[in-house]
Write a protein that binds this ligand. Structure first.
Ligand code: CA
Length: 418
C-alpha cells in the first residue's frame, strides 16, 4: 500500500511518523485549549472535540469527544472504530472538499502538551520475548535452566498497577527499596543501584470480555499499540521475585508513548510468530499473522549530553503475540476491560545490540557499555534520558509511534521525610 496523500503538507514526507496512513490517537492541551482528544497528522494535531462540536465528526447519538481520553470511542466497538478512521481519512485526504471546515481545528504539535491518551483500566505485563527470557534466565539461573519449563507453552505475565502508568516525558524518580546483595546476610533499605529500562510494546484492549476468548477474538478486541518502557529496579527485583514474581521492582513507573497507533494502521505490517519447538495447545495456537514488523530503537542521553543508540530490535522478535497474551489472560474467566494495557515483555533480538534492557546489554553489570560521549554505563545514572522510538516502514512512508521518553531523577534523600 503506497502513501496516501494529505493536504496537510508535512504528512506527505517520507520520514514523518504521522502520514495519513497512520492517524494515531492522543490527548493534548495548549495554553488556550484544555486537554482533549486529538489525531496526529504530519506536524499538526486535529482537535477532535472541536470537530465534534462543529458537527464535522458525527458518528454517534452521544458525544464521544467531550472527555480527554479515547475510552469512549473504544467502547463503541470495531464498526465505529472503522467509521471514524474512514471519516478522518476522507477529511484529511488531498482533494477533499472539507479542507476549509477542518483547517481551523488543526493545532501545531509544537504548541501542544501531550497527556495519557486513555484511562488505563488495568495493566498486565508479560515476559514473552524468548531472547530476553533466555538472557535473563541464563544470568539468574544458568544456561541449563534459562527458560522455565512452562515458558514455551504459556505467555508468562504478572498483574501490574494501572496507577503506575505515566505518559512519555514524565520524570522518573529513582526508587528506594529493600535490597540484599549476595555477599550480605541481611537486607538493607536503600536507593536502587541497578535501575533499568525495558523496551516493550503495549497493546490496548478496546473490547471488554467476561470469560475465555479465542486468539481470533482477542486480536479483534485489540484497539491499538503504544511504545512502553517498563522501568525496573533489578536489585529490588532480585531479592523480591521468588516465589510470586516482580512487585515493587516494577511499581515505580511504566511510561507509554502518547499516540495510540491503531491496529488498522498497522495491518499491512502483520507478521507471524517464530517457529515453535513445542506445538501450543489449541486455545493458544496461531491462527494468522498477529505480530507486527516494527523497528524499535533505544537511545540514552546522559544529563544534557548527546544521545547514544544503545539498542535496535524489532517487535517481530516476540514469541507470543499480544492476541495470544490476551487470549491466555482470559482463560480463567478473568474479565478484560476496555482500556486494559498489556505490556508485551522486553523485546530483545538475537544479537547483542538488539537487547532491550541494560541488564542484558551490560550482562548483569559485568560488561559496561561505552556511550558515544566516552562515558560507560552498566545501569542508569541520575539525569539519564531514555528514549524509545519505533516505526513500521511502508512504501514511501512510515507508521511511527513518536517517542516514549523519561529522565531519571535522583532518589529522594529521605523518602519518609514529612
Ligand atoms: Ca517488563
Amino acid at each position: 500500500m503506497p502513501l496516501t496523500s494529505s493536504w496537510v503538507a508535512s504528512a506527505n514526507s517520507a520520514d514523518t511518523d504521522f502520514p495519513l496512513n497512520n492517524l494515531p490517537y492522543g490527548v493534548f492541551s495548549t495554553p488556550s485549549l484544555e486537554a482533549r482528544c486529538g489525531v496526529a497528522i504530519g506536524d499538526m494535531i486535529l482537535d477532535m472535540e472541536a470537530c465534534e462540536e462543529q458537527g464535522i465528526i458525527d458518528l454517534t447519538d452521544e458525544p464521544l469527544f467531550d472527555v480527554p481520553f479515547w475510552n469512549e470511542l473504544m467502547e463503541q466497538g470495531p464498526a465505529v472504530w472503522t467509521a471514524l478512521r474512514n471519516r478522518l481519512g476522507d477529511l484529511l485526504a488531498e482533494g477533499t472538499r472539507d479542507r476549509a471546515l477542518i483547517e481551523p481545528h488543526l493545532v501545531p504539535m509544537g504548541e501542544a502538551t501531550l497527556h495519557l491518551p486513555l484511562v488505563v483500566s488495568e495493566y498486565t505485563d508479560f515476559y514473552a520475548g524468548r531472547h530476553h527470557a533466555t538472557n535473563v534466565g541464563t544470568m539468574f539461573r544458568g544456561a541449563e535452566n534459562a527458560l522455565p519449563s512452562n515458558w514455551l507453552h504459556i505467555p508468562i505475565g504478572y498483574n501490574g498497577r494501572a496507577s503506575s502508568v505515566v505518559v512519555s516525558g514524565t520524570d522518573i524518580r529513582r526508587p528506594w527499596g529493600q535490597l540484599k546483595s549476595p555477599d550480605h546476610d541481611t537486607p538493607a533499605f536503600l536507593p536502587s543501584r541497578r535501575f533499568d529500562l525495558e523496551l516493550e510494546m503495549g497493546a490496548i484492549v478496546g473490547m471488554s470480555s467476561d470469560g475465555p476468548i479465542t486468539v481470533d477474538e482477542a486480536d479483534a478486541a485489540i484497539f491499538g499499540y503504544v511504545l512502553l518502557n517498563d522501568w525496573s529496579a533489578r536489585d529490588i527485583q532480585a531479592w523480591e521475585y521468588q516465589p510470586l514474581g516482580p512487585f515493587q521492582a516494577k511499581a515505580t513507573a511504566t511510561s507509554i508513548s502518547p499516540w495510540i497507533v491503531t491496529k488498522a494502521a498497522l495491518d499491512p505490517f502483520r507478521t507471524s510468530t517464530p517457529e515453535r519447538e513445542f506445538e501450543l495447545l489449541d486455545h493458544l495456537k496461531d491462527t494468522g499473522p498477529m505480530l507486527y514488523d516494527i523497528d524499535l530503537t533505544v537511545t540514552l542521553a546522559p544529563d544534557g549530553k548527546p544521545a547514544t543508540t544503545i539498542a535496535q530490535t524489532n517487535f517481530k522478535e516476540m514469541y507470543y503475540s499480544s492476541a495470544q497474551q490476551l487470549a491466555h489472560h482470559s482463560t480463567s474467566g478473568c474479565p478484560m476491560n476496555v482500556g486494559d494495557l498489556l505490556g508485551s515483555g522486553t523485546i530483545s533480538g538475537p544479537s547483542k545490540h538488539a537487547r532491550g534492557s541494560l541488564l542484558e546489554l551490560s550482562w548483569g553489570g559485568k560488561e559496561p557499555l561505552t556511550l558515544d560521549t566516552g562515558e560507560t554505563r552498566t545501569f542508569l545514572e541520575d539525569g539519564d534520558t531514555l528514549t524509545l522510538a519505533g516505526h513500521a516502514t511502508g512504501d514511501g512512508y512510515r507508521i511511527g509511534f513518536g517517542t516514549c521518553t523519561g529522565t531519571l531523577q535522583p532518589a529522594l534523600k529521605d523518602p519518609y521525610a514529612r
